[in-house]
Design a protein around this ligand. Structure first.
Ligand code: FES
Ligand code: FES
Length: 156
C-alpha cells in the first residue's frame, strides 16, 4: 500500500505494508535514523516521536493509523520553542552519556515543556517515567528540564 505521511513539515509517500511501524518507516524508508529502536514493545521510550505534538512510541504505531497527523522527529524538534530550550539545557547540563536513549528523552521532555512550561517534579516524573536510560542519566534529565523551564519567558 501507499501512504502519505507528513514528517517534519514535509509530506512523504511511502510504499509499505499498513502494519509497518512508524519507527521503521522513519529509519529504513526515509533514512531518519535519529529515532532509535530499543525494545519494539513500548517499554523503553527510545523510539519516541511526536504526533500532533504529543509523545508517541513509534515502534508500536502502525503507519496505517497516522492519517494526516503531523509527525515530528528529533531531527526537527529544535525548530520548536520547547525543543530548542530542551536541547540547549541538555547541552548546558551535559546530560548525555552513551546517547542511545537521548532522542527519546528529548522528545518526551519537549512535549512536556510545550504543554506545561513550569512542570512540577511529579509532572516531570509522570512525563518521563517510560523513558529508560541504561546509563542512569535521570538526575541530569530532571535538572535539565527544570533548567529549560527557568529559561521559559526569557526567549521565544
Ligand atoms: S523501541 Fe519503542 S518503546 Fe522501546
Ligand atoms: S545515555 Fe546511555 S542509555 Fe541513556
Amino acid at each position: 500500500m501507499s501512504y502519505a505521511i507528513k514528517v517534519n513539515g514535509i509530506t512523504h509517500r511511502v510504499d509499505v505494508d499498513g502494519d509497518t511501524s512508524l519507527l521503521w518507516v522513519l529509519r529504513d524508508v526515509l533514512g531518519m535514523t535519529g529515532t532509535k529502536f530499543g525494545c519494539g514493545m513500548a517499554l523503553c521510550g527510545a523510539c519516541t516521536v511526536h504526533l500532533n505534538g504529543a509523545p508517541r512510541r513509534s515502534c508500536i504505531t502502525r503507519v496505517d493509523t497516522i492519517g494526516d497527523a503531523e509527525v515530528t522527529t528529533i531531527e526537527a524538534i529544535g525548530a520548536t520553542a520547547a525543543g530548542r530550550k530542551i536541547q540547549k539545557a541538555w547541552l548546558d547540563l551535559e546530560v548525555v552519556q552513551c546517547g542511545y536513549c537521548q532522542s527519546g528523552q528529548i522528545m518526551s521532555a519537549a512535549a512536556l515543556l510545550a504543554s506545561n512550561p513550569q512542570p512540577t517534579d511529579s509532572a516531570i516524573d509522570n512525563a518521563m517515567w517510560g523513558n529508560i536510560c541504561r546509563c542512569g542519566t535521570y538526575v541530569r534529565i530532571r535538572e535539565a528540564i527544570k533548567h529549560a523551564a527557568r529559561s521559559s519567558g526569557k526567549e521565544g
